[in-house]
Design a protein around this ligand. Sequence first.
Ligand code: 6PG
Length: 237
Amino acid sequence: MLHVFDEVAALAEAALDAFAGLARAAVEKRGRFTVALAGGSTPRALYAQLAEHADLPWDRIELCFGDERAVPPDHRDSNARMVHEVLTHRPFIDAARVHRIPAELPPAEAAAAYERTLRTLFPDASLPRFDLVLLGLGADGHTASLFPRSPALSEQRAWVVSNPVETLGSERITLTYPVLNAADRVLFLVTGADKATALRDTLEGSAAIEDVPARGVRPASGNLLFLVDRAAASALS
Ligand code: 6PG
């Protein structure tokens, strides 16, 4: 499903409504709401809106991360740092419910540690079923830290892996496809003309997943939603 917005502000508003609605419903039904947050810059607008909503059931919301750069949490590239600066510094969010990837550790250890964290959040589960996974889209078609032709793309057993990303010349830690595709709902937030080709190749045509990793995100639940702006949608047929 695809929704195209004229303005990024309207997109962020819609994302907020979706997040709030899903959170309230999950807490009502199952007593908690588990979400994997996207990194990068696009979701900042949503996180800034969430930071203004103390009225959400934050004491029942478990905030996890879809991926992380291999840097400490105070590093300017850290997704955990961005989310803290924009959202989780707010007093109504208990740090005990913010589960960042411990990327200050060596990458493989960080991935293993994070998998242990997820297994405590989702005990006795063959896969963690997040109520919501938020994802962005890179201009090269990557999502989370699943990059074209990277080793993480073929991981079918581990929930979290680290892998070298050639194009970045650095390591990334990421949730794997089995976890992303076990989610009850996946929400992509994509803005900007620089994403137009990647979005077209994700939604249309027959590019290989190896070349456009976002194509590999196909939640078994069928609940896959793209909230995009007009610039990002400009190459769609
Ligand atoms: C990250 C993200 C990554 C991001 C895309 C888009 O750690 O950077 O998880 O997958 O969503 O790179 O990034 P922008 O939103 O900054 O364009």
